[in-house]
Design a protein around this ligand. Structure first.
Ligand SMILES: NC(=O)c1ccc[n+]([C@@H]2O[C@H](COP(=O)([O-])OP(=O)(O)OC[C@H]3O[C@@H](n4cnc5c(N)ncnc54)[C@H](O)[C@@H]3O)[C@@H](O)[C@H]2O)c1
Length: 434
C-alpha cells in the first residue's frame, strides 16, 4: 500500500481507544501539513498518540481554539484494519453558537444521528458577532472526547464552511423583533439564505442534503434551493419534525398509550400557525387514531390549535424558544433519511412540491408525508385520505406559502407580484412566537 496520509478514520470498536489516547496525549510540537480543509487555521501543533499513525492537529496561538483534525496514516497500520475505516460524513451547521446547536452538535458528535460506526467532521458556521462563542462551542466539543468526532472547524464565511459538505443544517437566523411583520422577517432572513444557497451551490457536494431550521424555515429553504441550482431540488428540507413529535405526544397522552405506538402522523404545510397536524390518517397501535380517541371535538378544537401554537406557549413558560426538543427533532429528521422507514409508516418533512401527488402548487416547500429507503433520499407517500376538514386547512397553509414565495421572488430569481403579507391580518405567527 502506498504511504498515504489519510486524515480520517472509522470503525468505532477498533479505533475509539486510540482516538481517546490521542486526545489525552497533549500537544508535542509542530505537525506536518494536515490534508483536507481546516478552516481558518493558520498554524498548527500536533498531539501525537502512543502510536505514530494517529495524530491530532490542534491549534496554536493565532488559530482559533477548539479546532482540530484527526489524521490517520494508513501506511502505519495493517491493511485489514485500514480497509474498515470509513470516511467521515461532513456536516456543516449554521447558527452553531446558538441554543439549538448547543444540544444538536453533541448528539451528532456522539454518533447518535449518523450511526455508531460513522465518523463525523463538524464545520461550524457562525455570525461575525458569535465568532468568540463559536470557539467556546468548539472547545466543548474537543473536551468531550467523542471517538467518532474526527474534525471540528469554525468559520463565519459559508464559502469556507460549506466546502465538500455532505449535510448542511441551516439553523442560524435572526428572530423577529418587536413590531416586525412576517414580511420583514422574510426579507431579513431571506438575505442570509441567498448567501448560503449560493455558497452551497459553489462549494458543497452536489449530493449535499440541506435541512433548514432557521425561521421562516419553509421559505428560507425555498430561497436556498433556488440559489443552489447545482444541488437536486429534492435535497432541500425544512424542519417540521418538531411539530410531528409534538402531535404524536399529545395523541398518545389522550389515548393513554406510549407514544411509540402512534404512527403515520403528518404535518401538512407551513411551519407556522397554519400548519395542519393530520389526525385523520394518524394511527394508534395500527388503528385509526380517530377511532381510538373517539372524540372529534377534542381532535379539531383542542389538539389541532394546541400543536399549531405550542411553540408560543413554550416561549411564555420558558422565556425562550424550544431548543432541546428542536435538536432532538433535527436528529430524528436526519435519522429518518439515513435509515429505512418502517413498513407502512412515514414521517413529515417539508420538501419541494414539484410533481407532488396532492395537487399542491409546485415550486414551494411544503410539509408532507415521506418515506426513505435510508440512503438520504425520500419519496412522498401518495394516497392519504384528504377529507373536507383537512382539505380546507391544507389549502390555507398552501396559500400562505404561495404568498411567502411571492414576497421573496426578488431573492429567488422569479417574477413575483406584490407581497401580500403586510398588515395585521396576513401576519401569521411562527409556532415559536408568542
Ligand atoms: N423549524 C423549527 O421547528 C424550529 C424550532 C425552533 C426554532 N427554530 C428557529 O431556529 C432558529 C435558531 O434558533 P436558536 O434558538 O438556536 O436561536 P439562537 O438565537 O440561540 O441562535 C441563532 C444563532 O445563529 C447565529 N446567526 C445569525 N445569523 C447567522 C448567519 N447569517 N450565519 C450563521 N449564523 C448566524 C446567531 O449569531 C446565533 O448564534 C430561529 O430562527 C428559530 O426561530 C425553528
Amino acid at each position: 500500500m502506498a504511504a498515504l496520509t489519510v486524515s480520517f478514520a472509522g470503525k468505532i470498536g477498533a479505533t475509539a481507544p486510540r482516538v481517546a489516547n490521542a486526545r489525552a496525549a497533549g500537544r508535542v510540537g509542530a505537525a506536518p501539513a494536515v490534508r483536507g480543509t481546516p478552516l481558518r487555521v493558520k498554524s498548527a501543533s500536533a498531539r501525537v498518540a502512543s502510536r505514530d499513525s494517529l495524530r491530532v492537529a490542534a491549534t496554536a496561538t493565532e488559530a482559533p481554539l477548539g479546532v482540530f483534525k484527526l489524521e490517520y496514516d494508513i501506511s502505519k497500520d495493517d491493511a485489514t484494519k485500514s480497509a474498515s475505516w470509513k470516511q467521515p460524513v461532513i456536516v456543516a451547521v449554521s447558527g452553531a453558537a446558538g441554543q439549538i446547536s448547543n444540544h444538536l452538535l453533541f448528539k451528532i458528535a456522539s454518533g447518535e444521528v449518523y450511526g455508531p460506526d460513522q465518523p463525523v467532521a463538524l464545520r461550524l458556521l457562525g455570525s461575525e458577532r458569535s465568532r468568540e462563542a463559536l470557539e467556546g462551542v468548539a472547545m466543548e466539543l474537543e473536551d468531550s472526547l467523542f471517538p467518532l468526532l474526527r474534525e471540528v472547524s469554525i468559520g463565519i464565511d459559508p464559502m469556507d464552511v460549506f466546502v465538500d459538505a455532505d449535510w448542511a443544517l441551516l439553523i442560524g437566523a435572526k428572530p423577529r423583533g418587536p413590531g416586525m411583520e412576517r414580511a420583514d422577517l422574510l426579507e431579513m432572513n431571506g438575505a442570509i439564505f441567498v448567501e448560503q444557497g449560493k455558497a452551497l451551490n459553489a462549494v458543497a457536494k452536489p449530493t449535499c442534503k440541506v435541512c433548514v431550521v432557521g425561521n421562516p424555515c419553509n421559505t428560507n429553504a425555498l430561497i436556498a434551493m433556488e440559489n443552489a441550482p447545482n444541488l437536486d431540488r429534492r435535497n432541500f428540507h425544512a424542519l417540521t419534525r418538531l411539530d410531528e413529535n409534538r402531535a404524536k405526544c399529545q395523541l398518545a397522552l389522550k389515548a393513554g398509550v406510549f407514544y411509540e405506538t402512534v404512527t403515520n402522523v403528518t404535518i401538512w404545510g407551513n411551519h407556522s400557525t397554519t400548519q395542519v397536524p393530520d389526525f385523520v390518517n394518524a394511527q394508534i397501535g395500527g388503528e385509526k387514531a380517530m377511532d381510538v380517541i373517539d372524540d372529534n371535538g377534542w381532535l379539531e378544537n383542542d389538539f389541532t390549535p394546541a400543536i399549531q401554537t405550542r411553540g408560543g406557549l413554550l416561549i411564555k413558560k420558558w422565556g425562550r424558544s424550544s431548543a432541546a426538543s428542536t435538536a432532538v427533532s433535527i436528529a430524528d429528521a436526519i435519522k429518518s433519511l439515513v435509515t429505512p422507514t418502517p413498513e407502512g409508516d412515514w414521517f413529515s418533512t417539508a420538501v419541494c412540491t414539484d410533481g407532488n401527488p396532492y395537487g399542491i402548487q409546485e415550486g414551494i416547500i411544503f410539509s408532507m408525508p415521506c418515506r426513505s429507503n435510508g440512503d438520504g433520499s425520500y419519496e412522498i407517500v401518495d394516497g392519504l385520505e384528504i377529507n373536507d376538514w383537512l382539505r380546507e386547512r391544507i389549502k390555507k397553509s398552501e396559500e400562505e406559502l404561495t404568498k411567502e414565495a411571492e414576497c421573496v421572488s426578488h431573492l429567488t430569481g422569479k417574477l413575483g407580484g406584490a407581497c401580500e403579507l403586510i398588515g395585521e391580518k396576513a401576519d401569521t405567527m411562527l409556532p415559536g412566537e408568542a
